[in-house]
Design a protein around this ligand. Structure first.
Ligand code: NAD
Length: 504
């Protein structure tokens, strides 16, 4: 019964260590119970994907709680908007230090709740939060407007006005994806209502305490655990928010945009799905390419929006590449206990995701593609583990080539000319990323210009950097996170005309 659920509970990690996990909604710098604890949807069970067993329950928000949190964010903005930018710098730096202090616990929570290997993956996620906080702290007092000369007696200036922001995030990088939103938004002076994924609510609740500890005023950063169809949708529809920033599937992104349009026309940014091509030309360094391709598609158990899940290889080198690539997978990936130092691949996040990915593997076989599973013998049978799966003999119209699978599955097909490679690379509704492997500089630039994707990686994959804008073309999304461009998502420009002598 939810009424017996405490607001904070002790949770034991597989190492035997215990930590205090907040379970309430975080509103106005306090953990609170939902407004209404009656009826369905008041609690949410979160499951350990390594075992399939529940970890704990957390309080689950309803539409009414969204209202409470949005009111808190609006109230906070009344004073937060006048806070000096240098104060925001200090608060963000303090928060980064606190994340550093709590890295071990936060990473252990991510490993437990989302199935990320602790050492090779979850630690990096949390460390990236601290470094992005510091990067955005550097911007917080440098977000200038412009001065626009008009005539000898008139000019205008622009100011950047922060928005009250709703954020909706997915489960594949629970805290790290959230940080792509809260770091620039806090730096820009926004107040935030953030909804975590119902599948991985724990790390954001733990992080929320650090926000309070750093000294952010009540109501500036609020976190709701809850389901998308009610809490997520209530955020997209809420008239008290000036913006909704979403990361998740393209299907949900469309709903968010429609809800935003049908309510108060709030500004929308969307980071959605992908089916990114990795093109291997005959002159590529195949060993190096296989390493990047293996990392780029299998890291995070393939649950990566920019996974290079469609590999296109020049037919002249296809057989050599396939051999090296399958060997590389065996070298790189060790499935197992995510708390063990040697594990590099964990389970997928949930039973639902497990069923979805397995169904695509079945579809691939039924469609007539050839399945290679070089690590099948070492794949654990308990928990939601899936063996890295490679499909050859694929046709471009197969579902496994067309649809985002979001698991450790990759298709490899052939091309015979550069133009065919480009055509196949662009034959998708998505446009998030593309990887091009060649030692021919001219060709690298030519193909990079022709491929429709928000990020192009030449001779690498998925080594993005917080200083570089990130986002999708086509149905992979709208807007750019990271880099200087991220601040455009969280501020609106206001123009002020100065007349110092013009007479009518
Ligand atoms: P999802 O779309 O199912 O859910 C994402 C979030 O939206 C969750 O918090 C969910 O509760 C919420 N949601 C669900 N229905 C909603 C609704 N009607 N209104 C508002 N919110 C709603 O996605 P997921 O399964 O959590 O994540 C996987 C997807 O995320 C993949 O498609 C992946 O490519 C994408 N993704 C994209 C990026 C990127 O930067 N482009 C990054 C990570 C993940």
């Amino acid at each position: 019964m939810v009424s017996t659920l405490p607001l904070i509970s002790s949770i034991e990690l597989p190492s035997g260590a215990k930590y205090e996990q907040p379970l309430g909604l975080f509103i106005d710098n306090e953990f609170v119970k939902p407004v209404s604890t009656a009826g369905k949807g008041e609690k949410l069970i979160t499951v350990n994907p390594s075992t399939g067993k529940p970890i704990t329950e957390v309080y689950c928000a309803s539409e009414k709680d969204v209202d409470v949190a949005v009111k808190a964010a609006n109230k906070a903005m009344e004073t937060w908007k006048s806070v000096e930018p240098t104060v925001r710098v200090e608060l963000l730096l303090k928060l980064a230090d606190l994340v550093d202090e709590h890295t071990q616990t936060l990473a252990a929570i991510e490993a437990l709740d989302s199935g990320k290997p602790l050492n090779s993956n979850a630690m990096a996620d949390v460390e990236s939060v601290a470094s992005y906080l510091r990067y955005c702290a550097g911007w917080a007092d440098k977000l200038h407007g412009k001065q626009i000369p008009i005539s000898s007696t008139c000019m205008a200036i622009t100011k950047r006005v922060p928005l009250i922001v709703g954020c909706i995030v997915p489960w594949n990088y629970p805290i790290s994806m959230a940080s792509w939103k809260f770091c620039p938004a806090l730096a820009a002076g926004c107040t935030i209502v953030m909804k975590s994924s119902e599948i991985t609510p724990l790390s954001l609740l733990y992080f929320a305490q650090l926000v309070k500890l750093a000294g952010f005023p009540p109501g500036v950063f609020n976190v709701l655990s809850g389901y998308g169809k009610d809490v997520g949708s209530a955020i997209s529809r809420h008239p008290g928010l000036g913006k909704v920033a979403f990361t998740g599937s393209t299907l949900t992104g469309k709903k968010v945009m429609a809800d935003a349009a049908n309510s108060n026309l709030k500004s929308v940014s969307l980071e959605c799905g992908g089916k990114s091509p990795l093109i291997v030309f005959e002159d590529a360094d195949l060993k190096e390419c296989a390493k990047w391709a293996s990392f780029g598609v299998m890291y995070n158990t393939g649950q990566n929006c920019t996974a290079n899940s469609r590999i296109l290889v020049d037919e002249k080198i296809f057989d050599s590449f396939l051999k090296i690539f399958l060997g590389q997978l065996k070298k790189d990936w060790k499935l197992g206990n995510v708390f063990s130092e040697s594990t590099t691949m964990g389970p997928v996040v949930s039973q639902q995701q497990y069923d979805r990915v397995q169904s695509y593997i079945k579809i691939g076989v039924e469609e007539g593609a050839t399945l290679h599973q070089p690590l099948l013998d070492t794949t654990p049978s308990a928990g939601f583990y899936i063996s890295p799966s490679v499909f050859t003999n694929v046709k471009e119209d197969m579902r496994i080539v067309k649809e985002e699978i979001f698991g450790p599955v990759v298709t490899i097909s052939k091309f015979s000319t550069e133009s065919e490679a480009v055509k196949k690379a662009n034959d998708t509704i998505y446009g998030l990323a593309a990887m091009i492997f060649t030692t021919n500089f001219e060709r690298a630039n030519r193909v990079a210009d022709q491929v429709e994707a928000g990020s192009i990686y030449l001779n690498s994959s998925n080594n993005e950097d917080v200083r570089v804008p990130f986002g999708g073309m086509k149905m992979s999304g709208i807007g750019r996170e990271l880099g200087e461009e991220a601040f455009n998502l969280y501020t609106v420009s206001k123009s002020i005309y100065y007349n110092y002598g013009s007479k009518l």
